[in-house]
Design a protein around this ligand. Structure first.
Ligand code: TRP
Length: 331
């Protein structure tokens, strides 16, 4: 039997950070051998908010591909492709849009939060409808599993709803997808306030140098009640400890004990974290840097991946057309 499929991906709006890594990228790397994996670089979706700045897309696509490959997505077994270049996705969006009530889109909490973040008062049609386009991305590949960050759950829920409606109205050709959320669904930024995000300037990027990591960790917020290194600390309200939970799992009991006992100061504790992060990111960074000098290889991977994805998506669209009785020239 052939493998089940994964469809997953990101908007190319800048370099990926640790939040992406623990939220979904790690899962994708881990599962790429068990599932036939397609990774979408959603440039059209990026344009739903960045339509005034299309000129940065090409470099953003290049950078995100470096992040994927650096993190361990293997282009020999996974297919990385560019959304805008797969016509079947846009065709399918049109068909699926026929069966989605506008009110359902209006109530999508992630869309609402993004609209507020970008200061959209009146939402553009493409922006309001991007979860439908995302549903086409998933459905065109008949993906069973969608490894994504927690903020994507409303979209996958919508996809499931659309698939059920389509399959019962026409023919059961589409697959109801399931979301897979990472080990840490919502990594807090180093400011300890909000989710890690590029726009909030609280992110550690996969491409960050050892120095940048150290500097960012040094500025992280710890227990405010702790003034001297010998004061007993409170790891449960400390942002650095939150990170140790994820990135220094083995040392966790020791770190807690030393912090609570005033045996380790925040500076030393932060140094431990920087070196754990650096150990994780070093191989990613070095592969990334190495590939960065070979743009020809990157664009070849994207070119071939896109051709392969386009063929797979086209096949589904043909089944969809048949189910919807619009395959006029076939008998
Ligand atoms: N919405 C995702 C993001 O904001 C990107 C995306 C587009 C996606 N299409 C998808 C993710 C399909 C998973 C499946 O990063």
């Amino acid at each position: 039997m052939s493998k089940k499929r994964i469809l997953t991906g990101d908007r190319p709006t800048g370099k990926l950070h640790l939040g992406h890594y623990v939220g979904s990228l790690h899962n994708r790397v881990k599962l790429q051998r068990d599932y036939e994996t397609f990774v979408i670089i959603a440039d059209v979706q990026a344009l739903t908010t960045h339509f005034e700045h299309p000129e940065s897309l090409k470099n953003d696509i290049f950078q995100i591909t470096l992040d994927y490959l650096g993190a361990g997505i293997d282009p020999n077994i996974s297919t990385i492709f560019i959304q805008s270049l797969v016509p079947a996705l846009h065709e399918l969006s049109m068909y699926l849009g026929l069966i989605v009530p506008v009110n359902v889109l209006r109530h999508n909490p992630t869309v609402k939060a993004e609209a507020a973040q970008h200061g959209f008062k009146d939402m553009n049609y493409g922006f309001l409808g991007y979860p439908v386009s995302q549903t086409s991305d998933i459905c065109a590949f008949k993906a069973h599993l969608v490894p994504v960050g927690e903020d994507q759950l409303p979209h996958i829920e919508l996809s499931r709803r659309i698939v059920r409606r389509f399959n019962s109205l026409y023919k059961p050709v589409l697959v109801e997808p399931e979301a897979l959320i990472g080990q840490v669904p919502r990594l807090t930024g180093l400011d300890g306030k909000a989710k890690m995000s590029k726009s909030l300037d609280n992110a550690i990027f996969l491409a960050d140098s050892d120095k940048e990591i150290q500097q960012k960790v040094r500025n992280a917020v710890t227990d405010p009640a702790r003034i001297r290194a010998t004061d007993p600390g409170h790891p449960d309200i400390c942002c650095v400890y939150e990170y140790h939970k994820v990135f220094s799992e083995d040392e966790l009991p020791l770190i807690r004990e030393e912090c609570e006992g005033g045996k380790i100061g925040c500076v030393a504790c932060k140094n431990k974290l920087s070196s754990a992060l650096n150990n994780l990111l070093k191989p990613i960074r070095s592969k990334r840097t190495q590939l960065e000098t070979r743009p020809d290889i990157i664009w070849d991977i994207l070119h071939d991946g896109t051709a392969k994805a386009a063929a797979a998506a086209q096949q589904t669209v043909e089944e969809v057309r048949e189910a919807m009785c619009i395959n006029y020239f076939q008998q």
